[in-house]
Design a protein around this ligand. Structure first.
Ligand code: SAH
Ligand code: SF4
Length: 394
């Protein structure tokens, strides 16, 4: 378990590269400014660069093109130049599982042979893609499967955006070439950064990726359709409001520092009070309505009536919604899911205090695609049962 006085470091094993083995730069995931700079560097005359940037951007993000040869409004010689210098690489789908409820879990292979997961959750009025931001996670929340995975590297912006592109490929969401209403099909209408990893420990790549995703002449997802979930990396929260402006969810999970220290060890670095003080400013800074407090329901650990009352006292004054997440079990997990009556009683107290308190319906449980169950099965560097129990203080 992490020592309270020791800083929790970003123990990232490998530095992701933007170029592939043959030295080609992947254009996917570059921001517009980066894309233009790359085109100029490759010999595009500066005067033309803005126009070329716009054309290539649309091919990639409106039409879903992955082959420079298909970019028919560019001269053949220019397409050849692009081919020589650049690539359009997305993660490779290793496997796809479809749950009884329609949830799709993708196991994706990225550079270096690492694997991450992305989950598509269709609902009546929207389709949400849950994307990963890291391979594994440096944090060790004791109820989270991803936290038991040792191997960690940050995903590049291209690998984050790539998850969305791959999902759109699989769902057949790209418009027909030449279609006039390109926004008609919106199967992936929302993105949540709630997959593997702590997005705020990979801030720059997450920010760049979200700028690509939000761009109005491309994937065009509004910032209100993107939710970033953090365990509480306090120094990055204001930056998230200012530089991304998306909705924020916080993995709160406990109402005393004693319990939160155990469940979400980053609490030893930034405790409940510090976290809440930072959260108070978020809605104003990001011009969003409210923050989602995620609260995993663990039997006998954090699910008493007293916890519910303490929770509403703590967050008083913060525009909020409380998302109760029944614990999703995983092999050797040191916790159990709270009983339904308990979850309902907890929800009732929160609701009566004036907060929406939806209980998150576990989706894709039959394929281990639910929150906190993500961890590539092929990842061998995993912690033992003993290590997991020790971290949980059991
Ligand atoms: N690292 C970020 C985002 C990924 S986790 C974070 O911690 O917020 C996404 C959500 O799933 C978090 O709220 C997390 O606490 C929750 N979660 C993790 N493991 C879970 C489990 N086994 N059951 C239910 N929710 C879980
Ligand atoms: Fe990492 Fe989030 Fe899991 Fe904690 S809950 S270990 S921060 S992915």
């Amino acid at each position: 378990m992490t020592d309270a006085s020791a800083p929790i470091t970003q123990d990232v094993l490998t530095i992701p590269r933007k170029t592939s083995q043959d030295g080609k730069i992947n254009l996917i995931g570059l921001t517009r400014v980066q894309l233009r700079a790359a085109l100029i560097e490759a010999g595009t005359p500066e005067k033309q660069a803005k126009m070329r940037e716009g054309q290539i951007w649309q091919w990639i993000y409106i039409w879903g093109v992955r082959d420079f040869g298909e970019m028919t409004n560019l001269a053949k010689s220019y397409r050849a130049l692009l081919e020589e210098r650049f690539e359009l690489r997305v993660p490779e789908i290793v496997s796809r599982q479809v749950s009884e409820d329609g949830t799709r879990k993708y196991l994706l292979r990225i550079q270096g042979g690492h694997e991450v997961e992305a989950v598509y959750i269709p609902e009546e009025t929207r389709g949400t893609l849950c994307v990963s931001s890291q391979v594994g996670c440096t944090l060790t929340c004791t109820f989270c499967h991803t936290g038991t995975q040792k191997l960690v590297r940050n995903l590049t912006a291209g690998e984050i955006v790539g998850q969305l592109l791959v999902a759109r490929d699989d769902l057949g969401e790209w418009p027909e070439k030449g279609a006039t209403n390109t926004a008609a099909a919106r199967l992936v209408s929302n993105v949540v950064l709630m997959g593997m990893g702590e997005p705020l420990y990979n801030f720059d790549n997450v920010r760049d990726a979200m700028h690509v995703v939000m761009d109005g002449e491309g994937l065009s997802l509004s910032r209100r359709r993107i939710t970033l979930s953090t365990s509480g990396v306090v120094p990055e929260i204001a930056k998230t409001a200012e530089e991304i402006g998306c909705l924020l969810a916080v993995s709160f999970h406990a109402t005393t520092d004693e319990v939160r220290d155990k469940l979400v060890p980053i609490n030893k670095r930034w405790n409940i009070e510090t976290l809440l003080n930072t959260l108070r400013d978020y809605p104003r800074l990001s011009n969003s309505e409210r923050i989602t407090f995620e609260y995993v329901m663990l039997k006998g650990v954090n699910d008493s009536d007293e916890d519910a009352r303490r929770l509403v006292r703590l967050i008083r004054g913060i525009p909020a919604k409380i998302n109760l997440i029944p614990f999703n079990e995983w092999p050797n997990a040191p916790y159990e899911r709270s009983d339904w009556e308990r979850i309902e009683a907890f929800s009732e107290i929160v609701y009566k205090a004036g907060y929406a308190s939806p209980v998150r319906k576990p989706r894709g449980e039959d394929i281990m695609a639910a929150c906190g169950q993500l961890k590539s099965a092929t990842e061998r560097a995993r912690k033992s049962r003993k290590e997991i129990a020790a971290e949980a203080g059991l």
